[in-house]
Design a protein around this ligand. Structure first.
Ligand SMILES: NC(=O)c1ccc[n+]([C@@H]2O[C@H](COP(=O)([O-])OP(=O)(O)OC[C@H]3O[C@@H](n4cnc5c(N)ncnc54)[C@H](OP(=O)(O)O)[C@@H]3O)[C@@H](O)[C@H]2O)c1
Length: 325
């Protein structure tokens, strides 16, 4: 059955990627309503040119689903009001992620939280998505007692403006590493670190899991990297870890024979649906001490693809039989 969709932030990095993934996956959208910060211009979808509207012009009661890809402010201002019209909402910002009544969903991990009565779904933080997918098969095989994550996050993670400034080398990020993403809290933790520490335990269904994060921004265009250091409850071996990672949902294990240095964001992850995992090690001094490298396309797997997979769940669609990439 064809569906109607409003895409708020349709011209942004995530919005643009959402539209191409909907086309790739062949989701039947009968009517698309693209919304921007201003009512101006148009965009191309399924071979048609469609005018970009102002949010105030949209009759959400006549639309099945609204995907919000327009930041925290827009979500706080509009998500509840849109849901009150009967239109279901998928929000990609951090604005609603801590509300108990709103599920935080990675479809392969906890997609069953979406039911016929779910009005709003939150799309998780990009690093939380890729690291939780990589940890899930290890949790199932060995249980996990603690996780430490250090990230190398691409400029695209901060949206169009930083990406444009990086292109022009007109930012302190040029040829540099910025060891802080977002505002610091009273404990000195950055906003990005708090999201990673809070969301990974939620996605793994382990609210008690201790996750400690250090998040940095690097001058990579697209593709986040994460060095993950974890402590398993049961002793682990490299061979068994590789086995479970090879069959993990949404994962591609990069074999040491083909990727001895591990997968890299630009060359391996950019444009790919899967989360890539490599450089899996067990400390020879302690078989419960595991390290690995995880990288993924933050715009795609960390935002737009996850949002589209949530859309498929909300619409009751099965999704493509196999990964198109
Ligand atoms: N980038 C990532 O890797 C990533 C990953 C996970 C989550 N997210 C989240 O996804 C959201 C979008 O990120 P992005 O990277 O796509 O940002 P972006 O490139 O800066 O795009 C934001 C878009 O939002 C639109 N917008 C802003 N305020 C609006 C309003 N009040 N009403 C309607 N449209 C509005 C802008 O419209 P105009 O085109 O008209 O200016 C722009 O197209 C953010 O919440 C971000 O935190 C991003």
């Amino acid at each position: 059955m064809p569906h109607t969709l409003a895409l708020i932030g349709a011209r942004g990095l995530v919005g643009t990627s959402v539209l191409s993934i909907i086309e790739e996956r062949g989701i039947a959208i009968e009517r698309l309503v693209p919304v921007g910060a201003t009512r101006s211009g148009s965009l191309s979808f399924c071979g048609k040119e469609i005018a970009v509207q102002d949010i105030g012009d949209v009759d959400f009661a006549s639309i099945d689903v609204a995907m919000l890809c327009a930041g925290r402010g827009a979500a706080l201002e509009h998500a509840e009001a849109i849901a009150a019209t009967g239109c279901r909402v998928i929000d990609s910002s951090s604005a609603l992620r801590t509300r108990e009544s709103i599920p935080l969903v990675v479809p392969e991990l906890n997609g069953d939280l979406i039911t016929d009565t779910t009005r709003i779904v939150s799309n998780p933080n990009c690093v939380a998505i890729q690291v939780a997918l990589a940890l899930a098969p290890i949790r199932d095989a060995f249980e996990i007692d603690r996780v430490d994550v250090t990230t190398w996050q691409a400029a695209s993670g901060a949206g169009t403006e930083l990406l444009d400034r990086l292109e022009r080398q007109d930012t302190p990020l040029a040829a540099n590493v910025i060891p802080c993403i977002g505002d610091l809290d009273e404990h000195g933790r950055s906003g990005e670190e708090v999201k990673i520490e809070r969301e990974i335990p939620t996605l793994l269904g382990r609210p008690d899991l201790m996750v400690a994060a250090t998040a940095t921004r690097v001058p990579v265009r697209n593709g986040h990297g994460a060095a993950v250091h974890l402590r398993t409850r049961e002793p682990a071996s490299v061979q068994r870890l590789q086995e479970v990672l090879r069959s993990g949902a949404g994962l591609r294990f990069c074999e040491p024979t083909t990727h001895p240095e591990g997968p890299s964001p630009r060359i391996d992850a950019d444009g790919i649906d899967d989360v890539l995992v490599g450089r899996v090690r067990v400390d020879p001094r302690d078989s419960r001490d595991v390290r690995m490298w995880v990288t993924a396309d933050n715009l795609r797997r960390g935002a737009a693809l996850n949002a589209v997979m949530i859309l498929e769940k909300v619409l009751g669609l099965a999704g493509p039989a196999s990964d198109p990439r």
